[in-house]
Ligand binder design. Structure first.
Ligand code: GAL
Length: 702
């Protein structure tokens, strides 16, 4: 985990902006003038620029055409806007790809990508690394002292794997470094199974279905390559502009990018988040999934503010179904990010381009070109709301009493293992994390999400959903936490394998955690999709639908107290949930995937036992608090698509959509957002956003 202190583009100020691509409009100067005026009109403070602009900046090797960028930077500054200047490595210039095919990524089947596309460079290629450093150095030399420059935005959504010969050789070197000898590697990878023993380093491939340790090490290697690629990009920037922070936009709990490791080299955390609006989501689960992602970002930032680098003010264009966001949803999503610690809100994108893959993607400015659009008006209101929320800028989010530990390596090991039900197809670890996050939130708990290596020592309760890969080091930290008075809740699929995806001997959960949990997990049953196992236990409060599905572990108590039992099949009467005292603390073990209401009943009873404060808001209504220098600011959201009655007693809330103040008993509208504790009520929220240019239709310029 990072030891670098967080450095944001603007301390103690909420920034509002968008990805801005004026290089797509260089033949339509008038549009650029309009853009700057309208950005100010809706309260924008910053733009991300130059993300895919390499050829516009360097059309031929060593020939630079910075003039348009010079003018843009100057005009941004004149108009009071800050620049998040991107390094252009996210999309390779054609001239470079054609001259050096080795910079193009190779797919697992050995096919090399064509020249075009984006996010598809080889992260190992020395040619590409050198070219990237050169253009980055030019950018730093030219704009490093420019007053508009606030942040380096490194590449874009760096991710993915390249299976070229360069990467394969680098992987083999990486393994040699890690294991020292082939004997050690063969042992660690259990290669005597099916005669997979390597007799020369050069035989080692980048993928395998029969050596299930290989994909885990491969993804560790891929991450190391991305991190060193980032460091290579940042080297000239940090040398020439040490005062400008660097970040790269992450993609939430991305399946193959271990951002806990990336966080260690960045100056601040930034994320792209595109929850697809789902009108069939009746219980707000979609919003809770977004809360999970935001909480993970907060965890990576160690509670400091972070950047929402991209979100859509309307629909996206890449989903299977691209619904328009219903009234209230966009505003709720923006405030939800702020409530979770975001100090920067940037959209993708400012203006819809006329062509290309994303011409129908949501944007602040539509093709029609006027300010009358629903989305523009929404964005203008959001600009005002963010202005009024400035008092929370820079504040840490209040630490929750409970933390979920999220682990990329367990995710990879589970996916690589044939055995746990459909583990190769189903993302069991991610599913377990989001289900338990949801259950805890629905039971009324405030929850943080930390990467497994994070500092959880000051939490009251730590939850480790499907912590399948468990090293002695992590097991030791968690055990010490319990001994010192903490509560550790583990779920099925805990402690099956070591760092090399080899099963622990001596009985699950390993390593040597049987004594810690006071139980033995003898075997694991994987159920048919429609099969359910009944559960018995006082903590379910007579809930008829308390059942387990999918994964059921056959457990035996070895000192632990049984809180619930299975009530059907051959394991009827054997323990399903157990509690065990250790030192000053407790462990809990939940041996099956519980139904949603059973999970919730379990956490409700646990929170009550532990006297952890529970919020008892109506179903689908959630709150989150940030504390600024002027006191706490509470955000309250209705995640339901239906109205809900709320009684706040004498507490007064502000409805951000209208500026009304509300107290006592009142109706929350569908997707309503309320705020309590603002310094002053922003009266401007009640008036229309655009005054002088209201509903203006711009001429067709291009
Ligand atoms: C992001 C990407 C943007 C844009 C956006 C569309 O993943 O960084 O450049 O493509 O998706 O949703």
């Amino acid at each position: 985990m990072s030891t670098r202190p967080t450095r944001l583009p603007s301390a103690n100020r909420i920034l509002y902006g968008a990805d801005y691509n004026p290089d797509q409009w260089l033949n339509a100067e008038a549009i650029l003038d309009e853009d700057l005026r309208l950005m100010q009109d809706i309260g924008m403070t910053s733009v991300s620029i130059g993300i895919f602009s390499w050829t516009a900046l360097e059309p031929r090797p060593g020939v630079y055409t910075f003039e348009w960028m010079d003018a843009l930077m100057d005009r941004l500054h004149e108009n009071g806007l800050k620049a998040f200047l991107a390094t252009p490595s996210g999309a390779k210039p054609m001239w470079l790809s054609e001259t050096y095919p080795e910079i193009r990524r190779v797919k697992p089947d050995g096919r090399r990508d064509p020249s075009g596309g984006r996010h598809n460079h080889c992260p190992t290629s020395p040619v590409y690394r050198t070219a990237v450093q050169r253009i980055n150095r030019e950018l730093a030399l030219r704009y490093g002292k420019h007053p508009a420059l606030a942040l380096w935005h490194i590449g874009n959504e760096l991710n993915g794997e390249c299976h070229c010969d360069l990467c394969r050789r680098a992987f083999q070197d990486w393994l040699r470094e890690r294991y020292g000898s082939l004997e050690a590697l063969n042992l660690a990878w259990w290669t005597s199974f099916w005669n997979q023993t390597f007799t020369d380093w050069s035989q080692i491939p980048t993928q395998s279905r029969c050596i299930d340790a290989l994909p885990v090490d491969w993804l560790r290697f891929v991450n190391d390559q991305h991190v060193s690629f980032l460091e290579n990009e940042m080297a000239p920037l940090r040398e020439l502009t040490p005062e400008i922070p660097c970040t790269t936009n992450m993609m939430g709990a991305h399946p193959t990018s271990n951002y806990a490791q990336w966080a260690g080299v960045l100056d601040c955390i930034s994320n792209d988040c595109y929850p697809l609006y789902d009108d069939r989501d009746t219980n707000g689960n979609k919003f809770l999934s977004t809360d999970f992602t935001h909480s993970l970002m907060r965890g990576l930032a160690k509670g400091d503010p972070w950047i929402l680098m991209e979100c859509s003010p309307s629909s996206v264009n890449w989903g299977k179904i691209n619904k328009l966001k219903r009234p209230g949803v966009h505003e709720l999503e923006v405030l939800q990010a702020v409530a979770n610690g975001a100090d920067v809100i940037h959209y993708f994108q400012w203006r819809k381009g006329r062509g290309g893959y994303e011409k129908y993607h949501g944007a602040v400015m539509d093709h029609e070109g006027s300010t009358r659009s629903r989305v523009y008006q929404d964005c203008a209101r959001v600009g005002k709301i963010l202005q009024s929320l400035q008092p929370v800028a820079g504040s840490k989010t209040k630490r929750a009493p409970a933390a979920i530990l999220y682990d990329w390596e367990s995710r990879w090991a589970l996916k690589a293992s044939a055995g746990p039900k459909q583990s190769r197809e189903t993302d069991l670890q991610m599913r377990a994390c989001s289900e338990q996050f949801r259950a805890l939130r629905q039971a009324g708990a405030d929850v943080d999400v930390l990467p497994v290596g994070g500092d959880f020592s000051r939490y009251r309760m730590v939850i480790t959903p499907a912590l399948y890969l468990l090293t002695p080091e992590t097991a030791g930290r968690l055990t010490a936490f319990v001994r010192a008075g903490g509560v550790w809740v583990a779920s099925c699929l805990t402690g099956y394998v070591d760092a090399n995806n080899r099963c622990w001997r001596g009985g699950f959960p390993g390593p040597e955690l049987r004594k810690v949990f006071g139980l033995w997990n003898e075997e694991t049953d994987y159920l048919h999709d429609d099969e359910r196992i009944l559960l018995n236990g006082e903590l379910f409060n007579g809930l008829e639908s308390a059942v387990a599905s999918d994964i059921v572990e056959h457990l035996h108590a070895e000192g632990a107290e049984v809180l619930a039992e299975y009530a059907s099949d051959f394991y009827a009467g054997s323990p399903a949930i157990l509690r065990h005292a250790l030192g000053e603390g407790w462990t809990y073990y939940v041996g099956a995937r519980l139904s949603e209401d059973a999970q919730r009943a379990f956490y409700t009873s646990l929170l009550e036992d532990l006297k952890i404060k529970r919020d008892t808001l109506p179903e689908g209504v959630f709150r989150k608090t940030r504390t600024g220098p002027d006191g706490p600011v509470e955000f309250l959201f209705n995640y339901n698509r239906t109205p809900v009655t709320l009684d706040t007693g004498t507490e007064t809330y502000l409805r951000t959509a209208t500026g009304e103040t509300l107290s006592g008993r009142f109706q929350l509208k569908p997707y309503d957002s309320l705020v309590k504790g603002l310094i002053s009520t922003p009266s401007s929220l009640t008036r229309q956003p655009t005054e002088s240019h209201e509903h203006e239709v711009l001429p067709v310029l291009c």
